[in-house]
Design a binder for this molecule. Structure first.
Ligand SMILES: [Zn+2]
Ligand SMILES: [Zn+2]
Length: 724
């Protein structure tokens, strides 16, 4: 039976046509047949529908679609004369009508969900489409807008703000009166996660989430928000999400965030909901810090029975939650920028020596490089560790590369794409601890605090048994900052750079209105593809493996040559190290955690970093296991301990624990003073990863030949490597 526009009386006629488009003896793909059927059905309706009212809704859809794709009014009117679409004037009128009833529609939606848990996304939107972000001089014409989205969880009851006494006599508010609880952070990390950190990310998770690469293309497109990319279409559809509003607002200060939250509170129908319940606000860093500041000051003054001043009560109906997508985006970018010269060498090796990696590569290339290195490493890691562990395990360069390839890269690749999206709560919390350790070591501002604030809240809710924790655990994947990015990509595609804020709002309203049914789009718009196929990636991954084998051969030749030097930088004494094979100057941010601790493992001859407390310095009891117990074990952090010393520490690295404690303390101190600071002045938070360089996909040489050659080359390189 032909497509979606057929009625009963048509059946015999359409069946006849159906035979015509798929005559027997010709094998057509199902997809082609269904596409032809849809086309035929449309044509029949157009033939019958000239001047017919029933067809006009389809014509409206077509006009809206053309308009959204940037087609000029002239062209739309030409098509309208051909009876294919409605006119541009009708289209404008249609858009205005939709926009005018937007508020009514939202009020209806909010009413539908008045007993349902709702999550919010708040993010800023600017109408610059190209790659270049202009500097301050030319920004006057740029419309600064704010998007507020509501994401209902239809099966989940609204999350209460306060809980009364439960069976254990616990009661409390969703907001921790201690704001960020340093003590609980330290004790939880020490007792639950410190031991786990004695294993690298791959040792912990590679098997559990194996094979990561089932969703390879999907993982690679994780930061491409284009709704038409085929690899990720399901997630990209907005489903239950709806737009509260797109308003003309610049999200640069706490007050502006309060205005954004006000969009919810401005619906009288929703007052009761906000009085009793809390809306998790999943956002990027500024979207966490500003609302939290407003909430904290409001809560403190209400506790003291003071007038909260200019802060309205509704702010406490929101609880900021760290957006995992932004953590992923920022961690990936930080790693590639910090190790730029490593990735540049890899890039040249894989794609050709005449290539140079852009100073600020675009997210899709960052993903590709990280993925190639991660997969390349998996192939050769057993050979490399077998061959080099004995002779190189105390070499700074070897330690640095191993930590990068076996821990850092897989962590940033899988934090959001695999672990968060799997919904595995325990794994996600561990990944949050790990990613915080990384940001702390990198001294990455703001993100060395965001995971701490989130973890502190989680452990607070656990201690008072707040129901929000169960919702988080059971529906982790919905606590995502992805919907707003997707929505922005839809707006960007359907507007011009010159659009006014009013036009942008109108378009957003129309997208929201049509979110379930632009029939024309659903039936006919083809999807884009990621520039490389799985096939392409096989050859590229083999090239990455070859790069790593050759690099590690050099590392072996250069053992002991990577030396430390004390340098004076802006009056501060710091350490710097020149890595001999990579020819790259690095500091403690690049090196494993041990080098950031109070006891960096500079002396490779030391057998145990427990120093005076080493168990072997104490009288040894008669123990048949002596040989095993005195074996030196290298941890991924770069410290070494005797097996027996490590056991006595419960596998918690003594020096790194001290480092982590001091990092938690300092970061919590700094974040608390920022949150409680009464000054509301404009505080610009740098957040967005901006891409400037022209960075288009590389042409690959002829596929089969390329893959075959790469495979042979890898075989030869591996044979050579095994002989070193
Ligand atoms: Zn020892
Ligand atoms: Zn350590």
């Amino acid at each position: 039976m032909i497509g979606c526009y057929s009625g009963k009386t048509w059946t015999p006629f359409l069946n006849l046509l159906e035979k015509l488009i798929s005559p027997s003896g010709r094998d057509l793909a199902d997809h082609t047949i269904s596409q032809r059927k849809k086309g035929l059905s449309f044509l029949c309706h157009f033939l019958a529908g000239i001047g017919n009212k029933k067809i006009s809704s389809l014509k409206k859809d077509i006009a809206l679609f053309l308009n959204h794709s940037g087609t000029s009014d002239n062209s739309i009117d030409a098509l309208a004369n051909m009876q294919v679409s409605s006119t541009s004037r009708e289209n404008r009128r249609e858009k205005n009508i939709i926009s005018a009833i937007h508020r009514e529609n939202v009020a209806k939606d909010l009413k539908t969900y008045q007993n349902t848990a709702i999550i919010a996304n708040i993010d800023d939107y600017h109408n610059i489409h190209g790659l270049r972000i202009p500097k301050t001089t030319s920004t006057s014409s740029v419309a600064h807008m704010t998007t507020v989205l509501a994401i209902p969880l239809p099966a989940v009851h609204a999350i209460p703000k306060n809980i009364g006494q439960n069976i254990d006599g616990k009661e409390g508010c969703v907001h921790n009166p201690l704001i960020v609880d340093c003590e609980s952070l330290i004790s939880q990390i020490e007792s639950r996660y410190m031991g786990l950190l004695s294993k690298s990310f791959n040792d912990r998770f590679a098997k559990k989430f194996a094979p990561f690469d089932n969703d390879l293309l999907d993982n690679l497109t994780v930061h491409c928000y284009d709704a038409d990319i085929r690899e990720k279409q399901k997630e990209r559809q907005l489903c239950d999400t709806f737009l509260i509003d797109l308003i003309n607002l610049n999200l640069h200060s706490t007050e502006e965030y309060i205005k954004a939250m006000q969009t919810f509170a401005s619906f009288p129908e929703f007052e009761e909901y906000l009085r009793l319940n809390v809306i998790p606000l999943v956002a990027d860093w500024p979207g966490q810090i500003h609302p939290r500041k407003a909430i904290t000051i409001q809560q403190q003054s209400s506790r003291k029975n003071m007038h909260a001043g200019k802060i309205p009560e509704f702010v406490s109906s929101f609880i900021p939650i760290m957006g995992p997508l932004h953590v992923s985006l920022n961690s990936r970018e930080t790693v590639v920028l910090l190790f730029h010269s490593f990735f540049n060498s890899a890039y040249k090796h894989v794609f050709g020596t005449n290539k140079t990696l852009a100073n600020k590569p675009r997210p899709w290339r960052i993903n590709l490089l990280l993925q190639l290195m991660s997969d390349g490493w998996k192939t050769v890691a057993p050979h490399i560790t077998d061959k080099l562990e004995a002779s190189c395990s105390r070499d700074v360069e070897y330690l640095t590369l191993k930590a990068l390839l076996d821990d850092t890269i897989p962590l940033v690749l899988n934090f959001y794409a695999t672990i968060f999206r799997s919904g595995d709560w325990e794994a996600y919390i561990e990944a949050c601890v790990r990613v915080w350790c990384l940001f702390a070591r990198f001294k990455r501002k703001n993100y060395n605090k965001a995971p701490l604030v989130f973890l502190s809240d989680v452990w607070y809710w656990e201690s008072i048994d707040h129901p929000i924790l169960k919702v988080l655990k059971d529906h982790l994947v919905v606590f995502n900052d992805y919907p707003v990015e997707n929505f922005h990509s839809l707006i960007r595609r359907q507007t011009q750079e010159t659009d006014t804020s009013k036009q942008l709002s109108n378009t957003a309203h129309v997208i929201n209105y049509l979110r379930h049914d632009n029939v024309f789009r659903r039936a006919f718009v083809t999807t884009k593809r990621y520039p490389y196929s799985k096939q392409d990636l096989t050859g590229l991954t083999n090239k990455a493996s070859i790069f790593l084998l050759e690099l590690f051969s050099e590392v072996k030749n250069n053992v002991g040559k990577s030396k430390w030097a004390k340098i004076n930088q802006r009056g501060k004494r710091r350490h710097s190290c020149h890595l001999a094979s990579l020819q790259m100057d690095v500091d403690e941010r690049h090196l494993p955690m041990a080098f950031s601790s109070e006891y960096p493992p500079f002396d490779p001859s030391e057998k145990c970093h427990l120093q005076d407390s080493c168990k072997l310095l104490q009288p040894i009891l008669d123990n048949s296991n002596f040989q095993v117990l005195m074996k030196s074990i290298s941890l991924p952090c770069g410290h070494v301990y005797h097996q027996c010393c490590l056991q006595s520490l419960e596998y918690k690295c003594f020096h790194c624990l001290k480092y982590i404690q001091s990092e938690v303390t300092n970061n919590v101190k700094s974040i608390t003073s920022r949150i409680t600071d009464q000054d509301f002045g404009t505080e610009i938070e740098e957040e967005e990863v901006e891409t400037v360089d022209n960075d288009e996909p590389d042409e690959l040489s002829e596929q089969t030949a390329f893959n075959l050659e790469a495979a042979n080359q890898l075989k030869r390189t591996l044979e050579k490597f095994m002989k070193i």
